[in-house]
Design a protein around this ligand. Structure first.
Ligand code: NI
Ligand code: MN
Length: 226
């Protein structure tokens, strides 16, 4: 399967069967996005929380592609009110979709939709496809239960914010990677989109590698094979 990074917290997974799963597609208004929203197709869209820099273009893409949303209950109800399909889930729960398994985790953050509706709790998401396990933490501060998440799930790839201000900064993200201990690599996200979240991903890479954990800094637009 493949993982493509659109900058900020926006990723697309493409399975070997060609199913496309988009996560937090903030494209329009994202000065670092290398693509246009119209160029992205997806069968499924996972939202970690309701903030505008995560919901992004999700509604427009879903309308064009007839995508199914996967998110926590309150946010799922909101996207349904907007006329879209959604599979309601919640933190701690997992479900086997046609492409693989999705489980929601806690995240320490806030959540409100772009039109100021209550969006439930923010979340992280663990996606397991063909025995490969990806943990996208969503927006979050550091929390000790990441240790438990790492113990319970054989995380191969951990996607985590390093931009500080709204989320973990570099040093807390290094600790988070240490707690989860991804088997293959940590991938930094949620940085350099705006001046307030400037961070040097190479500094994160140096510090996380010093802990014996792999790190891949994905360039904006890059696609890698998992
Ligand atoms: Ni947020
Ligand atoms: Mn955010």
């Amino acid at each position: 399967m493949k993982l493509q990074y659109f900058s900020h917290s926006a990723f697309k997974i493409t399975t070997d069967k060609g199913i496309r799963i988009l996560i937090d597609p903030f494209i329009t208004g994202n000065p670092t996005s290398p693509v246009k929203a119209d160029d992205i197709d997806a069968e499924f869209i996972i939202l970690t929380h309701g903030h505008g820099d995560h919901v992004g273009d999700a509604l427009d893409i879903a309308k064009r592609c007839n995508s199914t949303f996967i998110c926590v209950n309150e946010l799922a109800e909101w996207v349904k009110e907007k006329g879209h399909k959604a599979h309601n889930m919640h933190i701690g729960g997992s479900y086997n979709f046609e492409f693989g398994k999705v489980k929601f985790t806690i995240a320490h953050h806030g959540s409100l939709t772009p039109d100021n509706q209550y969006a439930g709790e923010p979340a992280g998401v663990i996606i397991t496809i063909d025995s490969k396990c990806v943990y996208h933490t969503g927006d979050t501060g550091l929390f000790y239960d990441m240790k438990l998440i790492g113990e319970l799930h054989p995380i191969d790839y951990m996607l985590l914010p390093i931009g500080d201000n709204f989320t973990m900064g570099i040093d807390d993200a290094v600790k988070a990677a240490d707690f989860v201990s991804p088997k293959i690599t940590a991938i930094p996200m949620h940085y350099n989109t705006f001046p307030v979240i400037q961070a040097d991903p190479e500094e994160f890479k140096r510090k996380v590698e010093a802990k014996g954990i792999g790190c891949k800094v994905m360039s904006f637009g890059e696609e890698i094979t998992l």
